[in-house]
Design a binder for this molecule. Structure first.
Ligand SMILES: O=C1C[C@@H](O)[C@H](O)[C@@H](O)C1=O
Ligand code: CO
Length: 301
């Protein structure tokens, strides 16, 4: 079948602009119905599962009313802390939930030693570096996750992430080289790699064949610089306005989208911009992102 980006790519927006799982007080008045209806108003086809979402039955009901789909859900993995067996039990339950809501992607991030929720750690300087033994354990565990996910028709999308053991391009290169391509795919998050390494194209170019899920997160470079100079935490940085939706910050998504479609990328691209909803109205930001995607990305290709 001929590739058609308009059909083969689905566009979603993550709940993180409305409510943040890491800071439950943020946006606590935005309920599920409000969030899902805003997503429809803004013109997106789906979302990812937020920590406050209900069980599959209620969720499927609310999704069907609005003709929305679930792309996937974040999984906080603790292969190093808990060992492969215990971590895999938790991951299998995660896959069962995803299967029940018809989601194709498990977003996985190894959270042992993460500083992303820390109240004190400088997100730009204080991250942990895995030892060789930790690398061996995490890569073996991720391959096993891939086998579990496959039983449910789900793909593992590994999320490189600020403040974790797999953050930089170099670390993501190592992860890709030491896992089985049939079992472990890559989630390419523009915002995390742009803040980590500055350059956000090399990761995309070098691992285009492993990418199974995409997060479009824009960066305000002036706010990043300010957060870096102040040595802020991850949460402090996003509350300082470091991230925003595509079209509102300094990243150029045109070459990113071009590369994806030139390589026949099939799957979801999910807009994901953690901000303070008191300062950045989530529906207004979602509409802004959608307009940018329609006019500058889809419209120009
Ligand atoms: O995909 C993501 C999920 C969030 O929980 C995370 O903190 C955010 O930065 C992200 O990129
Ligand atoms: Co992300």
């Amino acid at each position: 079948m001929t590739y058609d980006a308009k059909k083969d790519i689905k566009w979603g927006i993550a709940p993180i602009g409305w409510r943040n799982d890491d800071i439950p007080s943020i946006g606590k008045d935005n309920n599920l119905q409000q969030l899902l209806s805003d997503i429809v108003v803004a013109g997106f086809q789906g979302t990812e599962v937020g920590g406050f979402f209900p069980g599959p039955e209620k969720l499927n009901y609310e999704l069907k009313l609005r003709n929305l789909e679930i792309a996937g859900q974040w999984f906080s993995s603790f292969i190093i802390r808990d060992g492969i067996e215990k971590a895999s039990e938790a991951f299998e339950k995660h896959c069962q939930f995803l299967h029940a809501v018809h989601a194709p992607i498990a977003v996985v991030s190894e959270q042992t030693y993460t500083i992303q929720q820390s109240d004190t750690a400088n997100i730009f300087t204080d991250k942990h570096h895995f030892t060789d033994a930790e690398w061996d354990q995490v890569t073996a565990g991720l391959n096993h996750y891939g086998e579990i996910a496959a039983k449910y028709g789900i793909k593992v999308a590994y999320h490189h992430h600020m403040g974790t053991g797999i953050q930089t391009k170099e670390e993501t290169d190592r992860l890709m080289a030491s896992t089985d391509p049939k079992l472990v795919g890559l989630l390419y998050d523009t915002g995390h790699i742009a803040v980590s390494d500055g350059d956000y194209m090399s990761l995309l170019n070098d691992h285009i064949d492993r990418i199974v899920h995409v997060h479009f997160k824009d960066v305000r470079r002036d706010k990043e610089k300010d957060s870096r100079e102040k040595g802020l935490t991850f949460q402090g940085s996003f509350l300082n306005g470091m991230f925003t939706v595509p079209g509102d910050g300094d990243l150029d998504f045109k070459p990113v989208y071009k590369k994806l479609i030139e390589n026949n990328y099939k799957g979801w691209i999910v807009v994901e911009a953690e901000q303070d909803p008191e300062k950045a109205n989530p529906l207004e930001m979602a509409q802004k992102a959608h307009k940018y995607i329609e006019q500058e990305l889809i419209g120009n290709n």
